[in-house]
Ligand binder design. Structure first.
Ligand code: THU
Length: 161
């Protein structure tokens, strides 16, 4: 499997309002699946693929702590393992006691995983505060000067030609 060279279109691919709301709803409902005995902080994610399919994820914690995986990476790894290679956006919802009352922004490790598979200028991170409000930023805004496959002149997954 080869890796990414981005077929980005200069950042005009931000999902429309209905799509954003649909992704937020899925991220919010995934918070119920979070396995969070240690932090009690639930996170749900919904990842929109270029072909319109959506892969969801939740955070899954571990007694040894470091094996814990974030909701965003769960969604990415589910999608990639099913053969998806092109992505448009991810919605994230989170909160203590499973109450999504404030915005959750992705951790550095998850941003780096996004960098592996997405065009930083044309992949959007939707950070929801419940259904009330959200903030949408490109990966480039969240991870300026990020290091990715392009820096190694490696072609991204799904863009090998
Ligand atoms: N977490 C996520 O799942 N995504 C984020 O964007 C931030 C943090 C999880 C990891 C851990 O299970 C809990 O939230 C507290 O850090």
């Amino acid at each position: 499997m080869s890796r990414p060279q981005y077929a980005g279109n200069g950042g005009n691919g931000m999902p429309d309002k209905n799509t954003i709301e649909m992704l937020i709803d899925q991220a919010l409902s995934m918070m119920d699946r979070s396995y969070i005995p240690y932090s009690n902080f639930a996170v749900g994610a919904a990842l929109l693929c270029e072909d319109g399919s959506v892969y969801t994820g939740c955070n899954i914690e571990n007694a040894a702590f470091t094996p814990t995986i974030c909701a965003e990476r769960t969604a990415f790894f589910k999608a990639v393992s099913e053969g998806k290679t092109s992505f448009k956006a991810i919605a994230i919802a989170g909160g203590a006691d499973r109450i999504p009352d404030a915005m959750t922004s992705p951790c550095g490790v998850c941003r780096q995983v996004m960098m592996e598979f997405c065009d930083p200028a044309d992949f959007y991170v939707i950070m929801a505060a419940g259904r009330k409000s959200c903030r949408v930023l490109s990966l480039q805004e969240l991870l300026p000067l990020g290091f990715g496959p392009g820096n190694m002149k490696i072609r991204p997954l799904g863009h090998e030609s």
